[in-house]
Ligand binder design. Sequence first.
Ligand code: PEP
Length: 251
Amino acid sequence: MSRRTLIAGNWKMNTRADSAVALAREVAKAVGEEPAVDVALCPPAVYLSAVADAVAGTPVGVGAQNLYAAQDGAYTGEVNAAMLKDIGCHYVILGHSERRAILGETDAMISEKLQAALAGNLVPIVCVGETLEDREAGNTEKVVESQLRGSLAGLDEVRAAGIVIAYEPVWAIGTGKTASKEQAEEVHAFIRKLLGEMFTPEVADQIRIQYGGSVKPNNAKELLSQPNIDGALVGGASLKAEDFAGIIHPA
Ligand code: PEP
């Protein structure tokens, strides 16, 4: 089964209206008309429309960094899947470790968001990953398994095939410390095996598993060449078109 690589840029809470549009245009230019990989930009919610307009007609997709799992109603400050779809989003990042740690998102909340994303025809990018403490205690697989089983609870096989998982070891996010290709591949292979048990091996074979954690142009190629690494979720290096382009087209 060949899975198409997905490189997604998570801009987090960065950029302003002008710089977001300029960055999106630069990325679209660098990507070209027929890239060999799928590319997505995930700007802050307030700039999603502007970025979607800036990349309209190009192969660059747009994703949100979060959603609220409810239909329209009295949820002050929140944005739902239908609204994201309405303004041109294709993807939505769910359960990023920053939201888990800072905003107290639980696996149960993420599984509700996942159902809402799928019902709204968005492709969810579900983030999982261990802390340094978990890893040093030998609990990486246990933590990743519990996050995956919790976040994907209630998901059926048919829909499972279309989701994206991002394995993001928390100790590698924004720290400049990347998992080695062996460390990353080991966890990706474990995730694929687990997905095979949770769904079927055929479904697991179709699910794209991205790696995230200090991916840069100089380490992208070796990470992306691993058999179970199907793309990258990129934070810091997605804020410079040149660096992001260097990950999309690694030398
Ligand atoms: C992220 O936040 O998803 C991420 C991987 O960040 P960075 O690339 O900066 O480590």
